[in-house]
Design a binder for this molecule. Structure first.
Ligand code: DNO
Length: 356
């Protein structure tokens, strides 16, 4: 297990590289050019600037999260080919600077969705929260109005100016069924996987978060069966998955250790975090400790250990602690503690096995 830590870049992250350096066992940063819009080719000078910053602190830049996929690719519009070409050029450039894994997702319109970014937990810390009933059966038109009228309603990563395009996108997705989305994903993968393979890069799709359809939009990366289907679309080691225990764990029916054992070396990148799922389907992100949520974190680490996992892993969202001001879910403290919990589990498992 090779530990990495997400960093949003100079001037874009309140956590500094020197701070990350003091977390035990972190060898690289997980990065992206967050200012380059989806669909555009990443400029080499900006890529090299991140590499220099990381290397100055002894970190590698092996893992990119994410190179975002333009909506036209997901929609299967004729213009997709232009964006796929740009995507290929970006893969090639990333290959040139030594990147090994590219995380991406194929969620229509939205990335991860929560209804409250600062829900208070019993101990006074705050965390990302999802209230299922608030979003269920929402009519897209109502949604557009809700966003405009309700300043507390959050859609992470959604800039206000993109709101204006929202109605049009809902309209465009009206006849994109799950099967159409699958075939658009296949088209994309058949184009990019050979390029990634040639560049020594492994593509790692991120599961949908939450792992069910929201606002009537299709979502297809939600559990074991469809991850299996994804891996078969293009059956090559460069077509892999970012196994995110928090995203998948929001559905208690998902058996994540079983997925780890089944998908094995098709998991180049692991996101390990906990959520507490309530009976009504709401969920909140908790500390990484197994007992604090409903995800069996030690069972997950054990499964990775059992398969001899040599891929990259990162703690995922954390709670906001001790008054820190940070990007929602991306404070320093809880993620640092998460790492120590993961190492603690890993080291204990290692020792127990040796003693056997
Ligand atoms: C949230 C993340 C996601 C993830 C993308 C991957 O913090 O887990 O935004 O980076 O979905 O493409």
């Amino acid at each position: 297990m090779r530990m990495v830590f997400r960093w949003f870049g100079e001037g874009n992250d309140q956590v500094a590289l020197w701070q990350i350096k003091q977390i035990p066992g972190v060898e690289g940063i997980v990065w992206a050019l967050h200012d380059v819009p989806a669909g555009e080719e990443w400029p080499m000078d900006k890529i090299e600037a991140v590499k220099r910053q990381a290397e100055a602190h002894g970190f590698h830049i092996d893992v990119v999260e994410s190179v975002n996929v333009h909506e036209d690719i997901k929609l299967g519009r004729p213009t997709r080919d232009r964006y796929i070409e740009n995507y290929k050029r970006t893969i090639e450039k990333l290959g040139q600077v030594g990147v090994k894994v590219i995380c991406y997702n194929f969620m229509p319109v939205f990335d991860w969705i929560r209804t409250d970014l600062y829900r208070e937990l019993e101990d006074g810390s705050t965390a990302l929260f999802y209230e299922k009933s608030l979003l269920q059966n929402i009519d897209p038109e109502v949604l557009v109005r809700t966003i405009a009228d309700n300043p507390k309603f959050t859609i992470p990563g959604w800039e206000p100016e993109r709101l204006r395009t929202l109605s049009g996108l809902f309209e465009a997705y009206r006849d994109v069924t799950e099967e159409r989305l699958w075939s658009n994903l296949q088209y994309f993968l058949e184009e990019i996987i050979p390029v990634a393979a040639r560049c020594g890069i492994r593509m790692a799709i991120h599961p949908d978060d939450p792992p069910w359809s929201v606002f009537g939009l299709p979502r297809i990366m939600t559990g074991q069966d469809n991850i299996r289907r994804l891996l078969r679309l293009v059956d090559h080691p460069s077509n892999g998955v970012t196994l995110c225990s928090g995203s998948l764990g929001a559905n208690p029916a998902n058996d994540i250790p079983a997925m780890i054992r089944e998908f094995g070396d098709r998991i180049p990148f692991a996101h390990i975090r906990n959520v507490r799922v309530y009976e009504n389907g709401d969920f909140i992100e908790t500390s990484h400790r197994g007992a604090d949520g409903t995800v069996d974190i030690v069972g997950i680490v054990e499964a990775y250990h059992d398969i001899g996992f040599t891929g990259y892993a990162r703690p995922d969202h954390g709670r906001h602690l001790w008054g820190e001001e940070c990007r929602p879910g991306y404070g320093l403290y809880d993620r640092a503690m998460g790492i120590m919990y993961l190492w603690g589990a890993w080291d204990a498992i290692q020792r127990t096995k040796k003693g056997r």
